[in-house]
Design a protein around this ligand. Sequence first.
Ligand code: ADP
Ligand code: ZN
Length: 612
Amino acid sequence: MDGKELMKINVSKVIIYVLILLLVGSLFASVISMRNTEIKEVPISEIAQGVESGEIKEVTVRDNTVTATQQDGDQVRATKEPGISLTEYGITPEKARIEVQDTSGSAAWFSILSLVLPILLIGGFIWFMMRSAQGANSKAMGFGKSTARVFMGNTKVTFKDVAGQVEPKQELVEVVEFLKNPKKFHDLGAEIPRGVLLVGPPGTGKTMLAKAVAGEAGVPFFSISASEFVEMFVGVGASRVRDLFLRAKRNAPAIIFIDELDAIGRQRGAGLGGSHDEREQTLNQILVEMDGFDTNDNVIVVAATNRPDVLDPALLRPGRFDRRVVIDLPDRIEREEILKVHTKKKPVETEVSLGRVAAITPGFSGADLRNITNEAAILAARDNRKIITQKDFSEAIEKVMMGPERRSRMLSDQEKRVTAIHEAGHAVVSHILPNSDPVQKISIISRGMALGYTWNMPLEDRRLQSKVRFEDEISSLMGGRVAEEEFFGGDNITTGAQNDLKRATEIARKMVTEFGMSDRLGPQTYGNHEEMPFLGKDYVEHRNYSDKIASLIDEEVAKIINNAKTKAQNVISTHKKTLEKIADALLAQEVLEADEFEQFFTKTSKQGAVAS
Ligand code: ADP
Ligand code: ZN
């Protein structure tokens, strides 16, 4: 239940209690007054007459209330004026028995009651308010309760569900072994792993692997994202950590999984803004808890990050996250296996080649691939088909890469022609330059933000990038703009190249400042880039070079881009005729597949061999 609900319950509780108190109070009061209300109220003169006539045998005086008992036993009551004695009304002891009751006791009691009751009421009210405030407080403290999602018993994920990742699994088997049979390790005096750090890009199955460890060992799995530790209030993160570890220890053996460890585990003192104290406290608490592990605690902390470089070194010391398991993006074979896992329960046409899907998705993570199988199934369902085809997969890949098709976006004929020329420009330059990836598909159907796109697909998974490759990639990116210039003149260039230019500039700048690929600046890096923890991909650059270097960097970046552009211009002016034919074909059929595209070049085959 959330805070609001809790407050609501507390408030209604208070209201109920107050109502009960009021009810009891008023009941009490009415019981007191009932003793009086049963008796008929008469004017004092009537009592005086009754006494005179002898009808009344007895008179009781209590303060100003005069109660008279008649011969027949009935009682009446009257109120006399204060300060006037009964004799003044003609009621004398000779005519009737007069009893004067000492009222001071009951009056005192009354006044005590009238004093105490409100105090009780108010006190009670305050008490309940306090209680509810405490409730709210403990809710605020409840922020300190960890919001970990717990899978008690079995996570039901096993190593079999994780496709590929052979080495990470091998390393984690040991952890499973320990959780299953800690005694074996203790008896030999073996050091038990306390923290395992899973390092790898997002979506590569780190969470899944951690769950699989818990699943294989059959132990509870406590999972929390590090960003969840950090809330508005300082100190909350630390108390959440405490709580999480306490819960895990109570349920030991257990796995604690901390996702996005870098959100709190950044180097201390390197933080930005006010959140940094909080992060530090939370991080310290994690360190304290891990150091405080008893050898018998049997709790293993598994953390995931894709930025091990920014982690505080204190986290990586022995006894903490001293084991690192690196999880890479899947290679082609692993991609196929992942696709198999995720199509197991889906009706896929027998002709579908998952191997082909795997081949054209280098750089895709496990999560991306799952996404593709899901999108393919959705596309088939949308067509009311019972089976998923290869075409669904191709379409799904493009959708995942560039967003959904937007056929409804209306382009004018001129815009269509500009887009066709622009895309043909990219494609021609990519095709001709020896170090760029082959063209897989060209399309002038809008998708996501793009009016058209040229899809270059690398032939193999690439772990290293070379300078020539970067240069040719920038040239291909320039191809669109250059083709526009060539066909429509320099004054008619469009905004269509915006994204190309941005990517080209990024690559060029990285070549100079991060990869040491500029002769004039040499093999050095310039500037420390740090990702801002809460703004995602934005960088803060700590400049660690002089103004002179800064302008040199700018010059070098400009040089790379201009050279690349010149290269593109040469290619395009040489192949202007072919380019136009390709653009016309695009206008006619909107999409050109790789083989259709290559037919335009049967005579001018690709120059040079691939050099890297
Ligand atoms: P991470 O924690 O590394 O960001 P996740 O474990 O959350 O990644 O992975 C997201 C999803 O991607 C998983 O739920 C799973 O469906 C899929 N996935 C990722 N890697 C694999 C893999 N190797 N085998 C099968 N599925 C995978
Ligand atoms: Zn473009």
